[in-house]
Design a protein around this ligand. Structure first.
Ligand code: XMP
Length: 318
């Protein structure tokens, strides 16, 4: 029978056997999956592991600082922080197509990585937090369009960087990864975090990305997520997010006419992200979040709530 404890034991043996005395590089994303992978590998081989956490400018409000602190102080992981926001935004400027965005974000990660390790590339292995659903949706889904969305964290990296991949949770679903994380002693507040896509807010600002639009979204998202926590609703939904639409509409504020952006709020219930239903959040809650966003975030004058299920919609808008 599968248990988190036996999984950990087997994987630690396997990692030690495969890695020997070589060095492993791990890309941390701030999410549960890569954190579990890094913690597991650190447990197996200690300081033969080195982690890199990149600020791609597409993270949520204060996320870079907060996550880096958790990695270093709570999990004692050897992490190097790299701020590459400007490079990502430059490479993404003018790009509208979602798949193009994913490709550019993936390639920019490679660029930043290569840069960070170029002088001393003595890493034989690269560890990634690829999950089973990532693998099937990206690689083997043979639906009408062959691939739904190319998850940027599958493939791409190794060939260019000449490292062997280590993907210990490749056969697990999210809830199994969380159990492994708990067993490894990762704090519950971190384990319970909603999934967050690798391309981050880059696929939640619909259409063209600018620093200004990303900042607007960060504020709206922060209000939504912190309100979910404050009302004890965060754990009732599988994932919650805000999306900035490139649509301006007319509003009125005091005596002034406004012409500002719209934010779509989305919260879903799901088991593994493969299918999802929109979360039936209380009206009073939605009303409070909407009022706060519109009153507190200058540049947004309208919010809508997404009531689509997956399929046929997807969780993200891009
Ligand atoms: P969709 O939008 O396909 O999302 O219903 C299913 C789950 O996958 C996440 N997602 C991604 N994760 N890279 C990732 O690492 C991506 O490109 C990507 N696209 C979607 C999404 O947030 C949801 O949890």
């Amino acid at each position: 029978d599968w248990t988190a404890a036996s999984f950990i034991e087997t994987e630690i043996d396997e990692i030690r056997r495969r890695v020997g005395s070589e060095k492993v590089l791990c890309a941390l994303s701030g999410g549960v999956d890569s954190t579990v992978v890094a913690t597991l590998i650190h447990k197996a081989i200690g300081d033969q592991l080195e982690c890199i956490f990149v600020d791609n400018g597409l993270l949520r409000k204060h996320e870079y600082e907060n996550v880096l602190t958790t990695y270093r102080e709570h999990l004692k992981l050897p992490v190097r922080g790299v701020n590459a926001s400007d490079l990502f935004l430059k490479n993404l400027s003018g790009v509208i197509d979602p798949e193009e965005k994913r490709k550019i974000i993936g390639n920019t990660f490679i660029e930043v990585f290569e840069d960070a390790i170029s002088a001393e590339n003595n890493f034989k292995f690269l560890a990634q937090g690829t999950l089973y659903p990532d693998v099937i949706e990206s690689v083997s889904f043979k639906g009408p369009s062959a691939t739904i969305k190319s998850h940027h964290n599958v493939g791409g990296l190794p060939e260019k960087m000449k490292m062997e991949l280590i993907e210990p949770v490749r056969e697990l679903f999210k809830d199994e990864v969380r159990n492994v994380g708990r067993e490894l002693g990762i704090p519950e507040s971190f384990i319970g975090r909603h999934p967050f896509p690798g391309p981050g807010l880059g696929i939640r600002v619909i259409g063209e990305l600018t620093k200004e639009r990303l900042d607007l979204l960060r504020e709206a998202d922060d209000i939504f997520i912190s309100s979910l926590r404050a009302h004890g609703l965060y754990d009732d939904v599988w994932q919650a997010l805000a999306v900035l639409l490139p649509v301006q509409s007319v509003g009125v504020m005091g005596d002034e006419r406004t012409y500002e952006f719209t934010v779509a709020l989305r919260a879903v219930t799901s088991v593994d992200g493969m299918t999802a239903d929109w979360a039936h959040l209380p009206y009073e809650f939605l009303s409070e979040v909407s009022n706060r966003i519109i009153n507190e975030v200058r540049g947004i004058n309208r919010t809508v709530y997404d009531i689509s299920s997956k399929p046929p919609s997807t969780i993200e808008w891009e």
